[in-house]
Design a protein around this ligand. Structure first.
Ligand code: PMP
Length: 372
């Protein structure tokens, strides 16, 4: 099998599986129970907070656990909603941000302009800042294209306009892969999800800068486990998430993956005609490469690759093939927009796999174009 759909989800690391199994077997008490067995579970939570906070440069008590980035993004947007509040975001956000804005009441939601790679128009941001803006929410590394926004620049501009405007980033495709230091980025809120860095599915978190905690309201009420989200903590999954994050950071694979990204670009360029890269060639996450092939239906191509045990995505898995909103926002030429494939990598992938993939890709594209 050649798995090139790591932006949809990654394979869980063995150590993360073991951390979860350990907690489920040897430390399974409710982390809120005040007996010593419960303390064992709450210690795992504490250690997990320490690991994650050391990666993002926060205090351990600024990390809140959620069922993933979707919940974290929803918490942020519903907290800052209100009929007098304006929010600024982009048109190329993940659906958990985009749909959340559509389902909450705001005085106005402003969508910033972007270029063909999805880079936000900084001048447009400067023009749109105004009174009543309470939140700026921007995706850090884009899940379709890998485009990395200059968050520090955005924060500097926003905070110099009004230091009370909150800055939230969706760092789901960034954490563990590129620097996510919340102080360097100057962000107040940051969402993440464990299964994008070889942790388990259904667990993630939200960083909340201590000074702004009172502005964040839970979407789930009930327990007293956390201020931000209630319910019994899934500490086995949380412990596995922290273990995975540490391993992903220690793997130090950015340059290796970047080499893979550049290699597949070269192979595509050498073997296939009439395509465009939707991923820029600077300020991108090397873990993602989006390519639009002319005169191709991406779903047909995806299934031809699948017949050869090669797994890719035709846009993000969350949009189930319906990625028109993002492609429209990127203003991808009609000629290429039906044939967009997202390849997404992990440290386990090899150049040999990429060569095999491009061979099958070439044969498949030739065949599709012949019959069309
Ligand atoms: N934001 C981004 C950028 C994502 O890629 C994803 C996952 N596709 C999410 C949010 C949602 O993550 P989850 O499904 O784990 O809640």
């Amino acid at each position: 099998m050649i798995y090139l759909d790591n932006a949809a989800t990654t394979k869980i690391y063995k150590n993360a599986q073991q951390a979860r199994a350990f907690a489920e077997d040897k430390a399974f008490a409710n982390s809120s129970s005040i007996h010593s067995f419960g303390l064992k579970s709450s210690n795992l939570l504490r250690e997990s907070r320490e690991i994650i906070s050391s990666v993002i440069g926060s205090n351990p008590d600024e990390i809140y656990f959620t069922k993933g980035a979707t919940e974290a993004n929803n918490i942020v947007i519903s907290s800052l909603s209100g009929e007098n509040n304006i929010a600024i975001t982009s048109s190329i956000e993940h659906s958990s941000v985009y749909d959340s804005f559509k389902n909450n009441i705001f005085k106005e939601v402003i969508y910033l302009k972007n270029d063909n790679y999805g880079f936000i128009d900084i001048e447009d941001l400067k023009d749109k800042l105004q009174n009543d803006v309470k939140l700026v929410s921007i995706i850090y590394a884009n899940n379709e294209t890998g485009t990395i926004q200059d968050i520090r620049k955005i924060s500097d501009i926003v905070k110099s306009f009004d230091k009370n405007i909150l800055i939230h980033i969706d760092a789901t495709q960034a954490l563990g892969k590129i620097s996510c230091d919340v102080n360097e980025l100057k962000v107040d809120l940051m969402s993440f999800s464990a299964h994008k860095f070889h942790g388990p599915k259904g667990v993630g978190g939200l960083y909340v800068r201590k000074e702004i905690l009172q502005k964040i309201k839970p979407v789930l009420h009930g327990g007293h486990q956390q201020v931000v989200s209630s319910g019994t903590d899934n500490h086995p999954a949380i412990s596995a998430m922290a273990t995975a994050l540490k391993e992903q950071i220690d793997a130090d694979e950015f340059n290796y993956v970047d080499d893979l990204n550049k290699y597949i670009r070269k192979l595509i360029d050498k073997n296939i005609s009439d395509y465009i890269f939707n991923t820029p060639d600077e300020n991108y996450s090397p873990y993602i490469l989006s390519v639009g092939f002319a005169n191709i239906k991406s779903e047909v191509l995806l299934h031809m690759l699948e017949d050869n045990d090669i797994y890719v995505s035709s846009g993000s898995a969350c949009s189930k093939g319906n990625n028109n909103r993002i492609l429209e926002a990127l203003d991808v030429d009609d000629k290429y927009s039906d044939g967009v494939i997202r390849f997404s990598f992990a440290g386990e992938n090899t150049k040999d796999e990429l060569e095999k993939t491009v061979n099958v890709l070439k044969e498949s594209i030739d065949e599709i174009r012949r019959v069309m």
